[in-house]
Design a protein around this ligand. Structure first.
Ligand SMILES: [Zn+2]
Length: 585
């Protein structure tokens, strides 16, 4: 079961050889299944350029395609299973394209018209030989009311297929599937063998379609902490299937917690992390936006969770309540990770309390996170006691668990962030989402230092030991980079996260794809800095980067950024389409 998702009993996703190439979309709960778009009146074998749409794969979502003309297609998102009002996530492939074929895709039935498409979010694309997701340039994307679509908001984007034999995949964000998680967790298990009893992966329950609900436990149970109670942090992710960034954030946190960095070791010694990385595995598999197979929004169902309708939720709630009641345990946090579709940056939603001291305790962690993360958006953070949100993890656990537990929703934008409040919006990618996860780990560490659960002297020692010797940098860097470096003041509790090693082999992505465009799918801070040097040198080509005093010099091959040729939207106008059609006739 681990590392794959055969699910023989849900054969709707398995295509037989004898299936028609262009069946009418019975591939998976309404997803199109290799649907070939022939022009009206055409019969017989499809020609190259008759686009073939497919979404009958894991996390796929595309319900219907209307051919407007040879250049333009209206695309319909398949609504969530048993919950037709949710239509936002899309993920589909297109093949059988003609060299340099130009098209306009209109996504016509997005249910949530107010979203970050208004703020320049654009879809992502990749192709068979260029597996790194890229955002389509804003110049080729429009999001506006369309009179030809009854005044609905329509997302239109223009695209040129530059290679004939490739399969192109379009999505609202980089997908993170159930199978990817299973593969990643298997990899994590083998990597974490050195942690012995400080790491375990258990089956907390099963979803309705019998997918695994995993819980990862990281942290030593053996060493007593302050007051002889072991501190516990619960982290939940991916309750909403269309919020794939949540899974990347969770992976970043897991990577940090199992790493061999001394600060991670310290955290593991004093705190137990219970991480549920995918609360809604069926919804993720099916390509839903918010719902489970049965159409429930789990983050509105905590107060009514039953073991037959919401089995994964019930199992999670039972685990958290048991942890709260544990005699030798002190449950401190329940953090639920989401991706936000209208706001930018990362931020926390918390609760308000009449007890002013409790509220003051409650806002400590968000403040620490804000200090840690340069993408933290203060203006989007919110603390309330909204009764409408009673079914959310944050509100439900706030009223159910003991007073000492802090319950938060962590939100990260599906689009991008303004670093240090600058005007420029930097789009998130897989790596920067994982950095959010590492920042969460860092903020937890700082919190436990402040409350004295982790002695400060220990982390200070770690900081001293891990500081790099000056001789470690090459002459080249001393000239080109070190001299430009601004003088920084060091805080008392210095955290040396630049030394954290993240082994690329634990990235689930690499298990399936060969990401040769990148130096490594999960990049270390060293690599980022090395890239900085290389950019200063002009980038490109083969560059040898040696370091004084470091073991064997490393040769980096800097590959050019992959680029799909994406056409200027303005070049395709109705007039031009008509003219082209006439020329063709
Ligand atoms: Zn959400």
């Amino acid at each position: 079961m681990q590392g794959c998702d055969p699910l023989e009993f849900t054969s709707i996703y398995q295509r037989n050889l004898e299936d028609s190439e262009d069946s009418d979309g019975e591939g998976g709960l309404g997803n199109v299944n290799r649907l070939i778009m022939r022009p009206p009146g055409h019969s017989g074998k499809a020609k190259r350029g008759h686009l073939c749409f497919d979404a009958s794969f894991e996390t796929g979502n595309l319900g219907r395609v209307d051919l407007i003309n040879e250049y333009e297609y209206d695309l319909f998102i398949r609504p969530d299973t048993c919950s037709p009002r949710f239509r936002f996530w899309f993920n589909f492939t297109v093949d059988n394209v003609k060299q340099d074929q130009r098209v306009i895709f209109n996504i016509v039935n997005i249910s949530k018209y107010r979203n970050v498409f208004n703020e320049n979010l654009t879809p992502v694309v990749k192709s068979s030989t260029r597996p790194k997701w890229q955002r389509i340039p804003k110049t080729d994307v429009f999001y506006q009311r369309s009179l030809t679509h009854h005044g609905h908001y329509v997302l239109s984007f223009a695209f040129a297929f530059d290679r004939e034999d490739e399969v192109f995949q379009f999505s609202i964000a980089a997908p993170y599937s159930y199978s990817k998680l299973q593969a990643y967790l298997s990899c994590l298990e083998s990597k974490a063998t050195h942690l012995n009893e400080s790491f375990s992966r258990e089956l907390l329950g099963n979803s309705i379609q019998k997918r695994r609900l995993d819980v990862i436990t990281i942290g030593s149970k053996g060493i007593p902490s302050v007051k002889n109670k072991k501190r516990v942090v619960v982290v939940l992710a991916r309750v909403h299937p269309g919020e794939s960034p949540s899974s990347f954030v969770c992976q970043g946190l897991l990577e940090f917690l199992v790493s061999s960095h001394p600060l991670a070791t310290l955290l593991r010694e004093h705190v137990i992390f219970k991480i549920v990385p995918m609360l809604n595995p069926d919804g993720v598999f099916l390509g839903n936006y918010r719902s489970t197979l049965m159409g429930f929004d789990l983050n509105r169902s905590y107060h009514i969770a039953s073991s037959w309708a919401h089995p994964t939720l019930r199992a999670t709630i039972d685990m958290i309540i048991a942890l709260d009641k544990g005699r030798d345990l002190q449950l401190d946090f329940v953090l639920d990770i989401h991706a936000h579709t209208t706001l930018k940056g990362c931020f926390i939603y918390g609760n308000t309390y009449e007890d002013v001291y409790r509220y003051e305790r409650h806002i400590v962690f968000p403040k620490l996170l804000a200090n840690t993360a340069d993408d933290y958006a203060h203006s989007n953070a919110m603390f309330n006691s909204d009764v409408n949100k009673i079914g959310t993890a944050r509100r439900f656990f706030c009223s159910t668990l003991s007073n000492k537990v802090n319950c938060y929703t962590f939100q990260v934008s599906i689009y991008g962030y303004h670093a240090h409040g600058s005007e420029l919006c930097i789009p998130y990618n897989e790596e920067s989402y994982m950095r959010c996860g590492r920042n969460l780990g860092k903020a937890f560490l700082e919190y436990y230092q402040i409350i004295g659960a982790i002695p400060v002297s220990l982390t200070s020692d770690v900081g001293e030991k891990k500081r790099r010797p000056k001789t470690h940098r090459s002459k080249l860097t001393a000239r080109s980079w070190h001299s430009d470096r601004p003088k920084t003041t060091r805080s008392r509790f210095m955290l040396h996260f630049t030394d954290v090693n993240y082994d690329s082999e634990t990235s689930g992505e690499e298990l399936h794809h060969s990401y040769r465009y990148q130096l490594s799918p999960t990049r270390t801070p060293h690599q980022d800095r090395d890239d900085h040097y290389l950019k200063k040198l002009g980038g490109g080509g083969r560059i040898k980067c040696s370091r004084v005093g470091s073991p064997p010099p490393t040769t980096y091959i800097v590959m050019p950024e992959p680029s799909l040729s994406i056409i200027d939207f303005n070049l395709i106008t109705r007039n031009e389409i008509d003219a082209a059609a006439k020329r063709k006739n």
